[in-house]
Design a protein around this ligand. Structure first.
Ligand SMILES: [Zn+2]
Length: 304
């Protein structure tokens, strides 16, 4: 497992620090002040109150097939991740209740959606990675949704053609009486090198979800926090810009125990640092040193 430590997990939709797509000047804000679209945005809005983390287990030729034991141990890891995040919230006085759910109902019923030959990594390096991965995810979500009892979710009654992920999220929102549903699709890769990725985390129209290839609670917590707006605090091969790499190096030094920097470590040695707290809505204002790290001092960030 040692070499796995260096396998990067990508955050496709978000480019740390220079994330233009995340920044928007809002009306009514002082000039030059921007809002980062990580809080109160999309499905996973703010990591407070009642939140659902929902695991979908996907079989595929390339990605692997799920056994009962594998699903159970992964659900256990989801619980450990959820418990750890709730414990971090309690320490900071944040009211948070995470419910762990999956489509397992007393037995193993993984869904099936084929990945291309190169697996997730191949797909992410291919043409149009977002739409290929979305199609793969939608096919899996459609099967989960079709096994539910009659669908009475508001969106499916009012919208003509809701997409599959949208439909599943709507049902889960109704069922759990919360807006905050973190959708995670798991592929069963123990030994291969696969990537975990959070998609559409800064989008205002496409439903965010994570695809996870590892069962480690730290990785699950890391991807879950991405869905609520946290950004990677370590260098990925996609950080080409020199100043971004430099700031990420500082970030790793400044947050030596942050789960967004070191997801492969054990959770009991990790914490949620001040920058991540701001991005997930646990802190109203960024500390000045974190702001410089995040924006390079080029823009001023709004308070939530
Ligand atoms: Zn990440």
């Amino acid at each position: 497992m040692g070499c796995r430590q260096v396998i990067p997990m990508m955050l496709v939709a978000v480019l740390f620090l220079t994330a233009c797509s995340l920044l928007s000047g809002g009306s009514g804000r002082p000039k030059g002040e921007v809002h980062i679209a990580t809080v109160n945005n999309n499905v996973c809005k703010r990591l407070t109150e009642r939140v659902v983390i929902y695991g979908v287990f996907v079989d595929s030729k390339v990605g692997g097939v799920w056994s009962t034991h594998d699903i159970r141990s992964t659900v256990d890891s989801m619980r450990l991740a959820a418990d750890w995040i709730m414990q971090q919230a309690r320490k900071k006085g944040v009211d948070l209740d995470i419910v762990v759910g999956s489509h397992e109902r007393g037995g193993v019923v993984p869904v099936r959606s084929e990945l291309p030959r190169g697996g997730l990594e191949g797909l992410l390096h291919g043409m149009n990675p977002a739409s290929s991965l979305d199609r793969w995810a939608d096919k899996a979500c459609r099967q989960v949704q079709s096994a539910f009892p009659r669908d009475t979710a508001r969106i499916t009654l009012t919208k003509n053609t809701p997409k599959d992920r949208e439909r599943l999220i709507a049902s889960l929102r109704d069922r759990h009486r919360t807006d905050n549903v973190a959708l995670m699709l798991f592929v069963n890769k123990y030994y291969g090198s696969e990537t975990s990725v959070a998609m559409h985390t800064g989008s205002t129209s496409l439903i965010e979800y994570a695809t996870v290839a590892f069962k480690r609670p730290g990785v699950i917590a890391h991807e879950f926090l991405h869905l609520f707006g946290a950004l990677d605090l370590y260098m990925t091969p996609y950080d080409n810009a020199k100043d971004v790499s430099k700031r990420k190096q500082f970030a790793m030094e400044r947050f030596p125990k942050d789960v967004m920097a070191f997801p492969f470590r054990g959770l009991d040695s990790l914490e949620i640092g001040s920058l991540t707290e701001y991005l997930i809505g646990w802190r109203r204002e960024l500390l000045p040193e974190d702001e410089a790290l995040l924006t390079g001092g080029k823009v001023r960030l709004a308070k939530y």
